[in-house]
Write a protein that binds this ligand. Structure first.
Ligand code: AHR
Length: 632
């Protein structure tokens, strides 16, 4: 029974308490939330992003009958821009007919197209042919047997870069289309930024977001969006910032590289091992946050890299430059159009301020003293120029025996307004730590739980998270913000799991953790009402009686599992975790072996104890058993 003390009042809950943490991990952006359908559109992929890459990754040469030529990626003085340097050079040798060019295979299984939908094509091009170069652009299958739309014709004229556009209406649906750009005639044709967007983006914004994914995030009604990382913000942050060193590879993740006309933006080696375009950049993040009614919470690097790198900068000039970047970012978000950075925001289409109220410095830096020394410099500069903006420090969790504990102590002593905690743990940990914030110092820094998740995508994990969130909410006077992490994962490019929303190139689906987050975010109370619960918690039932013949039986939260009288048959056990290492203790008992990912015991004998409580780390998981013999 639950007793509610209606006479008493607990802490006030901020309407923006629950939000999302967006990071470009698991290819969340290109091939995901960013609606661009062409992979490596600007030919900037390079082995420095990923050893398997070339400038032509995801492109193949293609020709019609009689057409020929060569295709190469080039970075020379003819480039489209200082930050977008590499382009495609086609040497065309089609004097008597035919066309030659390239085709793009998109992400996952190919370019997804839906019958009846409109797609916007664009390309930047120049030609040295004095008569011009005709381009034929098609949407087709890889084998060239099926066309998915009428071709688009483009006449390229002149040897200076110009943008050409065209529109397709798909006549059939596919998940494995190709975009082919083929040219007739002779001469040198230069192409860059070959792009295809569905017209139907979130809020119909050009250079916009994939609708199904953005809709799923919007349906959460998050109070804030933390972006762009995560470890990603530490990417190359201690590398020299000078233009001479910064390009052709941008190296460090700099927000200024991500704004302005899209064809002038850099791409970068993503922390998670692939190339990321900056098509989805800071302007788009702010716009998205505004579109879904969430506060933007950008994270900037503190020049003390965590995430396994453990280095701190000793370059004060570089540090000052990053501090200036933080100040400029606040002007970009909030400044008047007369300000240099406010003017850039206005030029991109948003003269009104975005209303930035919070900014976070750093991510998981485990050199506490070095981080803190930098943090206070950022904080002092921001507070002096923008006293209304809360500067969030980085901490890691308190009192968990890690180096982050010291960061908490430093921040407490300093009087830091808010700290960003992160933790990923087992469901049991979340259940056992429901009271974590009950004892936090009410006078100390407020908590931004910027990253947390129970370590799997099963119902049990989400229930543990939901239970834990009641503890966050009970302590809403201390825990001011919380976001599950990570938000997005492309099923074919998984660097990290569990994740909240999964997708491939044409579909997306929320995990049970997504449903939990949605439930909480769509039902934020305004005040905690103290309550107590009494009574015993029902235990899940073990398997009793006969185990099904070739049908899995389930023991939830089992203790000892004893099987009696299964002599002569085979007994299969699995926890469906997909993690064979969890079964090591089991494999050591009796004659168990692994077959096809399941544990099998032949001729089990009259009685066998399979596992005992506490034996195995997967005690948190359900155990499933089935037999090949009905006896026993
Ligand atoms: O959420 C995935 C990663 O986990 C983040 O990039 C990092 O901050 C944490 O370690």
């Amino acid at each position: 029974s639950v007793s509610v003390d209606t006479a008493a009042t607990g802490p006030t809950i901020d309407p923006s308490m629950y939000g999302v943490f967006y990071e470009d991990i698991n290819r969340a952006a290109d091939g995901g939330l960013y609606a661009e359908l062409v992979q490596n559109r600007s030919f900037e992929y390079s082995p420095t992003d990923n050893r398997s890459y070339t400038g032509l990754t995801s492109w193949t040469s293609s020709a019609t009958a009689g057409g020929s030529g060569t295709a190469a990626t080039v970075d020379d003085g003819a480039r489209l821009g200082e930050r977008n340097r590499t382009y495609l050079r086609l040497a065309l040798t089609n004097p008597t007919g035919g066309t030659f060019g390239v085709s793009n295979s998109g992400y996952n299984t190919g370019i997804p197209l839906e019958a009846g939908k409109t797609y916007d094509f664009s390309v930047w091009a120049r030609t040295d042919s004095t008569t011009g170069t005709p381009l034929t652009v098609t949407l087709r299958d890889a084998a060239r047997t099926t066309a998915y739309a009428s071709p688009v014709s483009v006449a390229v004229a002149g040897d200076t870069w110009r943008k050409y556009t065209g529109t397709f209406v798909a006549s059939a649906s596919t998940t494995s289309g190709r975009l082919a750009v083929e040219a007739g005639g002779t001469g040198t044709l230069r192409l860059d930024m070959i792009s295809l967007f569905p017209r139907d983006t979130f809020k119909d914004r050009p250079n916009g977001l994939r609708k199904d994914l953005a809709d799923k995030i919007a349906a959460l009604h998050p109070g804030f969006v933390r972006f762009p990382g995560g470890c990603l913000v530490n990417t190359g942050s201690m590398d020299s910032y000078d233009a001479a060193n910064a390009y052709p590879r941008a190296r460090s993740y700099q927000w200024k590289d991500t704004i302005g006309p899209v064809e002038q933006r850099a791409t970068n080696a993503n922390f998670w091992g692939y190339n990321q375009s900056y098509g989805l950049g800071y302007y788009e993040y702010f716009q998205f946050a505004e579109d879904i009614g969430a506060q933007p919470v950008p994270v900037l690097p503190a020049l003390v890299t965590g995430c396994g790198q453990n280095r701190a900068t000793v370059d004060d000039a570089l540090l000052q430059r990053h501090i200036q970047d933080a100040l400029d970012l606040i002007e970009f978000a909030n400044g008047p159009v007369t300000n240099e950075w406010g003017a850039k925001r206005a030029a991109m289409g948003h003269p009104a301020p975005f209303g930035l109220k919070r900014i976070a410095i750093g991510n998981e830096e485990n050199l506490p003293d070095q981080y803190f020394a930098n943090f206070v410099k950022f904080e002092a500069a921001i507070k002096a120029a923008h006293p209304d903006v809360t500067v969030i420090s980085n901490s890691g969790p308190d009192d968990m025996g890690t180096t982050f504990d010291r960061l908490w102590d430093l921040n407490k002593a300093h009087g830091t307004a808010m700290l960003d905690e992160h933790y990923y743990n087992s469901p049991d940990w979340f259940l056992q730590n429901n009271k974590r914030y009950d004892t936090y110092d009410r006078q100390g820094p407020k908590v931004f739980l910027g990253e947390y998740a129970s370590l799997d995508n099963k119902l049990r994990n989400s229930l543990a998270e939901a239970a834990y969130m009641t503890g966050l909410e009970r302590n809403a006077d201390v825990v001011k913000m919380a976001s599950y992490a990570p938000l997005l994962s492309n099923i074919d490019y998984v660097q990290w799991k569990p994740d909240m929303i999964w997708f491939d190139n044409n579909a997306s689906w929320g995990s049970t953790s997504y449903e939990v987050q949605k439930l909480f975010m769509n039902n934020v109370g305004n005040q905690v009402v103290p309550s107590t619960a009494t009574g015993s918690v029902a235990q899940a039932k073990p398997i009793t009686g006969a185990i099904g013949l070739s049908t899995w039986a389930t023991a939830a939260r089992f203790d000892d599992v004893t099987v009696t009288g299964a002599d002569g048959g085979q007994l299969f056990a699995d926890d469906f975790s997909g993690d064979a290492s969890r079964w090591t203790p089991l494999a050591g008992r009796g004659s168990w072996s692994v077959q096809n990912g399941e544990y099998v015991q032949s001729d089990t004998g009259a009685q066998d104890t399979l596992v005992r409580a506490g034996d195995v780390s997967w005690h948190d998981y359900d155990l499933h058993l089935k037999a090949t013999k009905t006896a026993g």
